[in-house]
Design a protein around this ligand. Structure first.
Ligand code: PEP
Length: 252
């Protein structure tokens, strides 16, 4: 059966010493709980190798927040999937709405990123989600379906099975405005149906679909109680070990 997962997305926050301290705090806290989910932290590129040294990878997965759409070469400033993997990271967040919105990421570039991540044994945490206007005009199911189909549906069933999805309604990210647990469940069930039509019931049932968008200790339990919500991708609340752990322990 599919895994429950709580993954942090630190975004462009923390200096290296701050990031190491935060990773150590999460790592220590995990020693004292019997976590009922996999736990991952997504950290800036600059932190990956150092954080990898201070965490117990049996208990805490490590991810980058992006990778390049090319393997290597003259792409100044980019960081490739092989580079990310060489730090010890085993996950990569791809297609975050901030990357789509501010850095022009499209399904075409994301398709390449996903391919390179998989080739390098990185598990993609692939983000999808509609903006407020699309929620309001009722096109949100079509938008999310297209995001999944365009970037992922050329994958074999075997490769698709390695993907974690994160439904993140853009209007809920960093705004304090969470989707209700019913809104999340409705979309997650829809996404699972879309996967089932393409890859069959077994693959669909085994795909972890996380919710992201102002998830915090106070709302995590209700969200995670929904049958199609398999955990969360956590931005702001992952920057504090205590609140992040409050979400991790929402799974009982
Ligand atoms: C995110 O950036 O993936 C996210 C969900 O952010 P926040 O939890 O801060 O809304």
């Amino acid at each position: 059966m599919r895994k429950n997962i709580v993954a942090g997305n630190w975004k462009m926050n923390t200096t290296l010493p701050e990031g190491i301290a935060l990773a150590k705090a999460v790592n220590e806290a995990l020693k004292n709980v019997d976590a009922k989910c996999d736990v991952v932290i997504g950290v800036p590129f600059t932190h990956l190798a150092s954080v990898n040294e201070v965490i117990d990878k049996n208990k805490l997965g490590l991810g980058a927040e992006n990778c390049a759409d090319h393997r290597s070469g003259a792409y100044t400033g980019e960081v490739s999937a092989p580079m990310v993997a060489s730090t010890g990271a085993n996950y990569v967040i791809l297609g975050h709405s901030e990357r789509r919105q501010y850095y022009g990421e499209t399904s075409e570039t994301l398709k390449e990123k996903v391919k390179l991540a998989l080739e390098n044994n990185l598990t993609p945490i692939f983000c999808i989600g509609e903006v407020l206007e699309q929620r309001e005009d009722g096109s949100y199911f079509d938008v999310v379906k297209a995001q999944v189909e365009e970037a992922l549906f050329e994958l074999s069933a075997e490769d698709f099975s390695k993907i974690i999805l994160a439904y993140e309604p853009v209007w809920a990210i960093g705004t304090g405005k969470t989707a209700t647990d019913d809104q999340a469940e409705e979309m997650h069930a829809f996404i699972r149906e879309v996967i089932e039509k393409k890859y069959g019931k077994e693959v669909a049932d085994n795909t972890s679909i996380l919710y992201g968008g102002s998830c915090k200790p106070s709302n995590a339990k209700a969200l995670f109680a929904k049958p199609n919500v398999d955990g969360g991708l956590i931005g702001g609340a992952s920057l504090d070990a205590e609140s992040f752990m409050g979400i991790v322990t929402a799974f009982e």
